[in-house]
Design a protein around this ligand. Structure first.
Ligand SMILES: Nc1nc2c(ncn2[C@@H]2O[C@H](COP(=O)(O)OP(=O)(O)O)[C@@H](O)[C@H]2O)c(=O)[nH]1
Ligand SMILES: [Mg+2]
Length: 330
């Protein structure tokens, strides 16, 4: 039984590496539904990944993210790139998957094996979604998708987190939506490597661009990159080439300046620490004795018999009894 499942696992991995869309879809489903089962796949695929450039897109609902991503995907197809799209979907558990628009989108690309679209339901769990998105990226990356777009649902903190896992982040704005004020509030300014003013057919595009330009020049970035501002009418395909070139310019900047590696190491560090935290929590919760003790400790903390800081130390001692003898000493 064990060897048989190992064999079928190996088959799926080989198919993913060969870029087989069905196998990619199959594995992503495993990643979404059962992160534990996905692990042996991800372990193997990981070393084949690292070649794709990922682009997070954030902007208010209705700003035109999906339309823009579709256009950009076509633009990259034209220059022969394989493109993946991860659409983070605000769907409720009732629809359980893609919203109608995205389903239609997926169908329109179905005949092109060079485009792979996958939507992922948030179901209210942004934290886990960041992890799942990274894993899905690993799958698409190892399957040979060279450009992967991650379309988020909005501009909240969680979306910002998801967008930050990408190599580049596009912030999409629309004239006349009071976006200029929102920008400063949400801290969105700092995450945009490229600002796209979509629906430039609406009045106020120039004014928004000028305001944005002013804001950007008042807050120069420490890495030396000056974010481009591009105006698009995504529905018409206007400005799309310029947008793609701007993405490529940022990628060149990242590579030439060495920022790509620095950024990537930072991302891997965060990821590693998150994984360790998760594993520690799991290890404790999977142990009956520890779990019971956690319950007791929580109860004692609640009645103020014990403070949470001391309790945390006790749990760490349970995991690692010889802590004081180890290299990590406070
Ligand atoms: N007038 C105009 N409408 C656009 C433009 N881009 C997108 N739209 C429309 O805006 C609506 C929302 O677009 P969508 O891509 O679904 O937005 P998302 O929610 O950000 O993904 C759709 O009806 C699009 O056809 C544009 O540049 N100009
Ligand atoms: Mg959308």
């Amino acid at each position: 039984m064990e060897s048989q499942s190992k064999e079928s696992r190996e088959k799926i991995i080989q198919k993913v590496l060969a870029g087989n869309a069905r196998a990619v879809a199959q594995l992503i489903t495993i990643v979404e539904n059962d992160p534990g089962e996905a692990l042996p796949y991800l372990r193997q695929l990981f070393r084949h990944a690292g070649n794709c450039f990922s682009i997070g897109i954030t902007g208010a609902p209705g700003a035109g993210k999906s339309t823009l991503v579709d256009q950009l995907a076509q633009a990259y197809r034209k220059i022969g790139k394989k493109v993946g799209i991860i659409a983070i979907d605000p769907s409720s558990p009732f629809t359980g998957g893609a919203i109608l628009g995205d389903r239609i989108r997926m169908q329109s690309h179905r005949l092109d094996p060079g485009i792979f679209i996958r939507s992922m339901a948030t179901r209210g769990r942004i934290g886990g979604l960041t992890r799942a998105t990274e894993d899905v990226l690993t799958v698409m990356d190892s399957a040979g998708f060279e450009i992967v777009f991650i379309e988020t649902v909005g501009v909240g903190q969680g979306e910002v987190e998801v967008a930050k896992t990408a190599d580049a982040t596009i912030v999409l704005l629309v004239p006349g939506m009071g976006d200029d004020i929102q920008l400063m509030k949400a801290g969105i300014m700092e995450i945009g490597d490229l600002f796209v003013i979509n629906k430039a057919d609406y009045p106020g595009a120039e004014k928004l661009q000028a305001g944005l330009q002013a804001l950007l020049s008042m807050n120069p970035r420490s890495d030396g990159w000056n974010p481009y501002i591009v105006r698009t009418v995504a529905t018409e395909g206007n400005g799309i080439e310029e947008c793609r070139e701007s993405i490529d310019a940022f990628r060149d900047f990242l590579n030439k300046s060495g920022r790509r590696r620095i950024k990537s190491v930072q991302l891997q560090k965060n990821r590693l620490l998150e994984l360790v935290t998760e594993r520690i929590t799991q290890t404790l919760l999977n142990n009956k004795e520890a779990e019971a003790r956690i319950q007791e400790l929580a109860s004692d903390i609640e009645t103020r018999k014990l403070d949470p800081f001391t309790a945390a130390e006790e749990l760490l001692d349970m995991l690692c009894p010889d802590r004081s003898k180890n290299i990590i000493v406070e």
